[in-house]
Design a protein around this ligand. Sequence first.
Ligand code: SAM
Length: 282
Amino acid sequence: MLSYRHAFHAGNHADVLKHAVEVLLLDYLNQKEKPWWYIDTHAGAGVYSLTEGYATKNAEFETGIARIWQRNDLPTGLEKYVQLVKTLNAGQDHLMFYPGSPFVAQGLQRFDDKLRLFELHTSDAKLLADNFASVGKRAQVIHADGFASIKGVLPPPPRRSLMLIDPPYEDKHDYVRVVDTMKLALERFATGVYAIWYPQLARVEVKEMLDKLKKIPCKGWLHVSLTVQSPSLDGFGMHGSGMFVFNPPWTLASELDTIMPYLVKHLGLDSGARYTLEQQSA
Ligand code: SAM
């Protein structure tokens, strides 16, 4: 039984980090004419209303995208991401909608690029299918377990791809499944780009997963994290998030070097706000 609904969190600091990195990765793939596939193992509903329904409950976007979307001092690496949000909210002076990861990918999709979007929750899969109904074969919404489905999409026919792995982690098996999925993914298609989002929580599974990811044989990885506040004393709640990227473009680290201090400055909530950036190549 799936209880997680991403709409509660739409546009929060974690979405800002995740989607800003997603834009940088697809933008890099767009530097060559050859098409790519974007594979989203946990796609969500695609687009979220910020003025009604779940997103208004805790209004998490107010300490996320709302803090930066109208700023005019953005670092270059954030401009395209913020422009996507602005386009979705064209003509509005306050935020009405937020793009989920499939919609972010669609914003960078060219004619021959394809989206493969997996979503297990029946309601969100239906919303996602409705949101992409007009796109035709360029986007396929698949109501299925994204972890279990990767064999069917790897290797992708054009031999270029970004796979985003973004599970809810409410079930602690997700941490193990991410590692197993990544091992299989790299065996089947070693040169794909893979981005894994994870929450910073006071849970041993987070550190165990990162340690295991770093040991998977590969050509290289990059790990970036954004902490927005000091961990709470009772150990509850998310104090930040991170992205672990296999086969990152060589430009990613330097782009993040300029973006991350900006995000710490504008999304940080207390003196514990900080970022880390590490990478390794074979
Ligand atoms: N990637 C989305 C974005 O950035 O806009 C958010 C995804 S949300 C964090 C996780 C989604 O995974 C939820 O919509 C949930 O219903 C779905 N989900 C949970 N387990 C799944 C599974 N095994 N396969 C596919 N989707 C799953």
